[in-house]
Every structure is written in C-alpha cells, then in structure tokens.
Ligand binder design. Structure first.
Ligand code: ADP
Length: 377
C-alpha cells in the first residue's frame, strides 16, 4: 500500500459549547491516488469533516496530516487542498476562461503559466470550445465542469467534492459520474467525495466510509462493503431496498441451532458452525434477494402482502410479518401477488448476515457470496 496522503486522527468538531457534536473523534487514512466516499444521511457530519480538512473550520480536537505533516495550523488558502461544492460557485458574468484563470490570478501567477494551465484543464474537461463565452450561457453539467476546473488549475494535492452532482439532472449526473471516473484515472488525484447517494459512492469510490451521527461506522473497499457489512447501520443503509433486519435470539435445542424471532423460527444448524455460536440476542440481516415468495404453509414465515412495486426487470414485494415490513426482490417476469394476499416467505440460509445485538457489529460465521447492492452505472 502506498503511504498515507491524508490522515484524520481522532478528529472532533463541537458546536454550541459541546451541545452539538458534529464530528465525533473520527480516524481515517487515505492513500495517494485513492478515491474515498464519505457516505451518510444529511446531518451526519460529512461537510463539517471536509470543511476541517480544507481549513474552513477549526477542529475542536484531533489532527489532520497531509503527507505526514499536521496542517491544522495552516490557513485554508495555503493547504493546497481543493474543494468543490454542489453550488457551483462559478462567476456567471465572467467568461469560462476567466473563471478557470481566477484561482491562479489571485495567486499572481505569470500570464503564460495561467494560460497554459487553463488550456490544459479545459482540454481535460472537454470545454475548450466554451472558453470565450460567459459562464451564464452554460448548462448545469458544463457549469459543474467549470467549478471542478477552477479547482484543478491550482493543482491541488487533494480534491474534496461535496455532493458535486446533486444539483444536476439525472442524465447529466450519469455523464458527470463517468467524467469524474475518467479524471481520477487520468490524473490519479487523491479524492474525497461526500455524498448521501450510495449509487454515486459505489460507482465512483475505491473505498467507502459510512458515517452516522458524527462517527465513521465502517471503512471498506467498495467491492467488499455490500458483501460484508460490518455494522447493522451499514447493512440497513446500503442496497435498494436495503437488507431486512430481524431482531431475535440464537437458541440451542436438541443439538440444533435456532434463530427465534418471536413470529418465526429458523433452524440454522445446516448452515452455521454450531460450536462457536453462543446463545443470545442477535440481529439477522437478510438481503431482499435472499428471500423468496412461496405458497402459504410451505415457507419459513407467513405474512400479508402490503405493496408490490415493479422497477424494470425486478419487482419489490413488501410483506408484513409480525408488524415488520419485509422487502423481497423478485423477477418481474413471474405473476405478482395481490396486496392483502397471504403468502409465505422462504429464507436462503446460505446468505445470512449476523450482527451482535449489543455492539451492532458483524459476527462472521460463514462466507456470504451474494453482493446485494452492485453499483449501477
Ligand atoms: P452533513 O454534511 O452530513 O449533512 P454537517 O456536517 O453539515 O452534516 O452537520 C453535522 C451536524 O452539525 C448537524 O447536526 C448540523 O446541524 C450541525 N452543524 C453544522 N454546522 C453547524 C454550526 N455552524 N453550528 C451549529 N451546528 C452545526
């Protein structure tokens, strides 16, 4: 592994004299050339983290290292870290050229150097033809390119992107996503990408750091995080729809191991390593693709269909089981059940995820083969 480009060390930010803990002692290491997504719902502390990295906010405690050196005492403009917001921050009355040149002009760089950098970046972003026109004549995704370009001309060490695509229409968003992936590959920048959109995180980042209530709950390779969510929060957050989570207990009875939910019971002896499992409270995670609708009386649990939604070639069926809405992913090719219909569901016992009910952390009992939230493109 290459040396860390950026390290956050027990980084903390409190507001209102400690009444709000926006970022709660987070540790994160990012290698040079890596793209990491900070993924989490609104208010979980993503922007505050970025603002501390770039220098717009001072941490309450903890440290930020770039190439092994602390940067917390270095003012924002001198850190060589670029930040692009969702609001483009493009000067619409200026030409595209002027916008791109702006950061270098205020640094009083020679005109020749500025012009070279602007043309290089414009070429990279495919906006060379647009350099002479006022930015107000550009469409949403072109404006966002200019915003990214304005940062790139200053050759930042690290690029921070804060929800950069959320103001774009779906189509432009897809195109910009592809563009960002290409940029990453071509210039090998170290990027931190903040988003609440898991598809964006899954399709752009090498690694995902899932945040909740100011903490990082899991950092994992994008290719692994859906296969092996390490925390109940991650299991319940990733995937569309996300995993079903069932509270219950493990019970040993007559040499057999059961998951007792209260409304249904599963015999797990054939799939789990019995010896290593203590009795006690657990949370069972079951992806919607690991559940099947079967005829009443022949499954593991019974319920009533409350909703049927078709999305392309797939269908999400919601079944109420003991007051819990359980999501099942089915092929749209088969005949859908009716709402209020009584059905049974069958569990694929080889693809279960198990979490400790006290720590909410994953208990690894067997290999899970199913990736339950493959990124879309
Ligand atoms: P996110 O980017 O994930 O939406 P933020 O980092 O913006 O989250 O906010 C994290 C928490 O800190 C939220 O509860 C927010 O209300 C609070 N917060 C952010 N900025 C301030 C501030 N200047 N003063 C008080 N509370 C703030």
């Amino acid at each position: 592994m290459s040396k860390p480009k950026l390290e956050l060390v027990a980084l903390r930010k409190e507001y209102d004299n400690g009444a709000v803990v926006a970022v709660d002692d987070i540790d994160l290491t990012i290698s040079a050339g890596e793209t990491i997504a900070l993924l989490g719902s609104s208010g979980c502390g993503k922007s505050t983290t970025l603002n501390m990295i770039v220098g717009l906010e001072q941490p309450t405690s903890g440290d930020i290292h770039v190439d092994g050196q602390s940067v917390v005492k270095i003012p924002a403009g001198k850190r060589n870290i670029g930040l692009v917001f969702q609001d483009y921050a493009v000067f619409t009355s200026m030409t595209v050229y002027k916008n791109l040149a702006f950061g270098l002009e205020i640094r009083k760089k020679p005109r020749r150097e500025i012009s070279k950098a602007v043309f290089e970046v414009a070429e990279l972003l495919g906006i060379t033809e647009r350099l002479k026109i006022p930015a107000r004549e550009l469409g949403g995704s072109e404006l966002q390119r200019v915003a990214i370009g304005r940062t790139l001309v200053t050759k930042p060490d690290i690029l921070l992107l804060d929800e950069p695509l959320s103001n774009l229409e779906a189509e432009s968003r897809l195109a910009m996503r592809r563009e960002l992936r290409r940029l990453q590959q071509e210039i090998g920048l170290t990027i931190i990408y903040v988003t609440h959109d898991q598809i964006e995180a899954l399709s752009l980042a090498n690694k995902i750091a899932v945040m909740n209530a100011g903490k990082i709950v899991q950092v994992e390779l994008t290719t692994e995080i859906c296969r092996r969510p390490g925390h109940v929060f991650v299991a319940g957050f990733l995937g569309s729809p996300p995993m079903n989570l069932f509270q219950g207990r493990f019970k040993h009875h007559a040499d057999q191991l059961y998951f007792e939910h209260g409304v249904f019971s599963l015999n797990l002896s054939s799939t789990l390593n019995l010896v290593s499992i203590p009795s006690g409270r657990v949370i069972l995670g079951v992806g919607p693709e690991s559940l099947r609708l079967v005829s009443p009386g022949s499954g593991d649990a019974s319920g009533l269909v409350s909703r049927v939604e078709t999305m392309g070639s797939e269908r999400v069926i919601t079944v109420e089981i003991g007051g819990q809405a359980v999501h099942i992913l089915d092929s749209a090719a088969v005949l859908p059940p009716r709402t209020e219909e009584a059905v049974d569901i069958a569990f694929d016992l080889n693809t279960l995820h198990i979490f400790d009910a006290d720590s909410n952390l994953r208990i690894d009992l067997h290999e899970t083969k199913v990736d339950h939230c493959e990124p879309a493109n």
